[in-house]
Design a binder for this molecule. Structure first.
Ligand SMILES: [Zn+2]
Length: 140
């Protein structure tokens, strides 16, 4: 878990399936994505950044919580979708970082997404550990 992997919207790229596929050298196939992380790529984030009319799109802020429109409609939308599907809340994450700091957030996330078998990172999208589970069977 690294600070540079926390996207402006509060997403943690460190447990994203596209990032884990990239760091674990899974071959790129149709339909599977490889990503080095939103910040590393300065990606026009498909969820937030390209639709952001405020500070994020102008690179004026590091995180959405610094915006006077926080939490905006786009962020609420993606956050509720992730909370429902993957039990991860972007807005809660951003509030936590703002109130308690990045170090405390990373510490909590490290514990929360730790593989009970090997100490690796569990993927938020599929719940798998890319380090110790058999990736051949499900990488599709
Ligand atoms: Zn594991």
């Amino acid at each position: 878990m690294k600070a540079e992997l926390i996207a402006p919207c509060g997403m943690n790229c460190g447990f994203c399936s596209a990032y884990l596929a990239y760091t674990h050298g899974l071959e790129k196939r149709k339909g599977t994505s490889h990503c080095t992380g939103c910040r590393a790529r300065n990606k026009e984030c498909s969820f937030i950044k390209k639709r952001c009319p405020s500070g994020l799109s102008k690179n004026l802020i590091q995180f959405c919580y610094e915006c006077d429109k926080f939490p905006c409609e786009n962020l609420v939308k993606i956050s509720s979708r992730y909370e429902k599907n993957y039990n991860y809340n972007f807005i809660e994450a951003l509030n936590f970082i703002r109130d308690k700091g990045m170090a405390a957030f990373l510490k909590r996330e490290k514990k929360r997404w730790k593989c009970p078998d090997c100490g690796g990172v569990l993927c938020v999208h599929n719940g798998k550990c890319y380090r110790c589970q058999d990736v051949k069977s499900w990488r599709g």
